[in-house]
Structures are given as structure tokens and as C-alpha cells.
Design a binder for this molecule. Structure first.
Ligand SMILES: NC(=O)c1ccc[n+]([C@@H]2O[C@H](COP(=O)([O-])OP(=O)(O)OC[C@H]3O[C@@H](n4cnc5c(N)ncnc54)[C@H](OP(=O)(O)O)[C@@H]3O)[C@@H](O)[C@H]2O)c1
Length: 271
């Protein structure tokens, strides 16, 4: 539990990012969804008070972007209100909080977004995650909100895995070529989190380097991707056209193509 005398608590430890965080913080108290429901305020506060951590990392979220459209209340409870309960607990025990948010807090009408840019989510997931950021900020000062994008990792369903599966099942896999972002390897993000904890409180944009469309990303993984437009591939939730996060505060991480090679050749171990 003690890493260099720092006691760390992780919420969402069973998720894609959470599992990699557990590897980077092997002594952390790691709580999965089956251990705690972060929407139950009293339980969250009691747990944080009992563990009395120095650092809390919240990687728990309801991340089904299309599902959020149909399950609005759940989205706002998990992504919007619960981070506020965690922040209240952190405030009570004097812990730092690292909370993960998303590029989807932006509307995508601008090509690139720095940390101070005005938000304007266009789907329920983005709105709920923005509420989560606000719930953290209004309950404590000692927070680091990490906005990230297009995650892929060994411990959850993700775009790379989907492409590999579809590629084997279909002659051609249609992938949109009019939405742009920055793919990010969860193992890199988890390692970078150790550095962010030591920086000043605030909002951070942390992704792998390199901007691409979903079609470009797919083409780096499979040989039978074909481009299509978002209009041809309708989904429940609208997606921003550009959700490119620019990091103005810390050293950049490596290019997503380099990270993808590691992802594809290395079978990750988690906790
Ligand atoms: N995935 C992406 O492309 C992406 C992009 C930008 C930002 N992010 C953000 O990055 C963070 C990590 O994402 P991820 O992809 O690792 O997500 P994930 O794999 O879906 O993991 C989220 C975890 O949270 C748990 N959870 C859901 N509701 C909960 C609740 N009420 N109480 C406790 N735990 C609960 C989930 O458990 P169950 O599965 O059992 O429900 C799951 O283990 C999130 O904040 C997400 O919003 C993700």
C-alpha cells in the first residue's frame, strides 16, 4: 500500500486504464466496481476516511458513449455526481485526487484544444464527464484532472481489438475518416500519471502524440479498412469532428504508432 511513503487508492481498478494503473501502483488499494459503487456517497466517504490515502486515482466511469444516450441518469450519476463524492472524501482526509476525463467535453468545431479552451460537449457522455470535472473542482483544490482520448489497452474492449475481430469476419471494414483525434495507450497513460501527481493542481491534456482519423488508426492495425463518412455510419451519440487535445503543460508522450507496436506485440500483465 505504501509507495515511497505515499498511500494510494484507485477507484475503477478493474477497467482498461484502471488495470494498468494497478501495475504502475502495485501497492495501491485497488477497488473494482464489485468492491464499491462510487455513486453511493456515504460508502465512498466512509471508504476514503477508513483508508486515509495520500493520493486517490479515479478511473471509474460509465464509458459506453452510445449507451449513455439511453441511460442518461446512470451516466450523470457515475460520471457527473460520483467524482464529486470522491472529491469530498479527498478533501476530508487531505488527499490529492487524480480524475480522468475526456476529449468529448469539447464540441469538435475547433481543430485543436488546449487545457484552458472553452468546453461544449455534444453528447450525453461528454456532458456527464464535464459535470464530473465541475463536481471535482467545486469540492476541492488539490486535484489533477487528466483529459485523455481514444484509449486502447490490454484490459478492456477497445477500437484496436474491434478492428482485429471485424477484419477476420468481413471482406472490408468501413471506418469513418472524418473524425480526428489522438489514440492513447493506457499503459503509457498510467505511467505518465505518476508524473502528473507531482505537478501543480489543474487540468492536463495527456495523450500519445500524433493526430489521425479513425480510418487512419484502423489502417495501422488491419489491411482491409475502407473509409466512410460519419453520415454513412450513424450512431446513437454524435461525435466531435476534431477532438485533438494539445498538452501545453508537460513533456509529450511518444507517438501512438510506436505505442501501438508495443500493444500488438506485448501481452500486458495487470493486477
Ligand atoms: N475509453 C476511452 O476511449 C476513453 C477516452 C477518453 C477518456 N476516457 C476516460 O478514461 C477513464 C478510464 O476509461 P476506461 O476506458 O479504462 O474505462 P473502462 O474500461 O470502461 O473502465 C471503467 C471502470 O469503471 C467501472 N465502473 C462503472 N460504473 C461504476 C460505479 N458506479 N462504481 C464503481 N466503478 C464503476 C467499470 O466497471 P464495470 O465494467 O463493471 O461497470 C469499469 O471497471 C474514464 O474516466 C473514461 O471516461 C476513456
Amino acid at each position: 500500500m505504501v509507495v515511497g511513503e505515499v498511500k494510494t487508492l484507485i477507484f475503477g481498478a478493474g477497467g482498461m486504464l484502471g488495470t494498468d494503473l494497478c501495475s504502475v501502483f502495485p501497492d495501491a488499494v485497488a477497488l473494482k466496481h464489485s468492491d464499491i459503487d462510487i455513486t453511493v456517497r456515504d460508502f465512498v466517504l466512509e471508504t476514503i476516511e477508513m483508508i486515509d490515502p495520500d493520493v486517490v486515482i479515479n478511473a471509474a466511469a460509465y464509458t459506453d458513449v452510445d449507451g449513455c444516450e439511453d441511460n442518461k441518469e446512470l451516466a450523470f450519476d457515475v460520471n457527473g455526481k460520483a467524482p464529486g463524492y470522491i472529491a469530498q472524501g479527498c478533501f476530508l482526509v487531505g488527499a490529492k485526487l487524480v480524475h480522468f476525463s475526456t476529449d468529448y467535453v469539447f464540441d469538435g468545431s475547433k481543430e485543436e484544444y488546449v487545457e484552458s479552451d472553452i468546453t461544449g460537449p455534444i453528447n450525453v457522455y461528454g456532458k456527464s464527464k464535464l459535470l464530473g470535472e465541475m463536481s471535482v473542482i467545486e469540492n476541492m483544490n488539490n486535484y489533477r484532472i487528466i483529459r485523455t482520448s481514444w484509449l486502447f489497452g490490454h484490459h478492456g474492449r477497445n477500437f484496436v481489438e474491434t478492428m482485429l475481430n471485424l477484419s477476420g469476419e468481413m471482406d472490408a471494414v468501413s471506418v469513418v475518416d472524418d473524425q480526428f483525434g489522438k489514440p492513447t495507450f493506457t499503459a503509457d497513460l498510467a505511467r505518465k500519471t505518476t508524473e502528473i501527481i507531482g505537478l501543480v493542481p489543474g487540468v492536463y491534456h495527456i495523450t500519445n502524440e500524433g493526430i489521425c482519423s479513425w480510418y487512419d488508426f484502423a489502417s495501422a492495425v488491419i489491411g482491409n479498412a475502407v473509409p466512410c463518412s460519419s453520415d454513412e455510419f450513424l450512431r446513437a451519440a454524435k461525435r466531435p469532428e476534431y477532438s485533438v487535445l494539445i498538452n501545453t503543460k508537460t513533456a509529450p508522450m511518444r507517438h501512438w504508432r510506436e505505442a501501438l507496436v508495443d500493444y500488438l506485440i506485448f501481452d500486458g500483465q495487470g493486477c
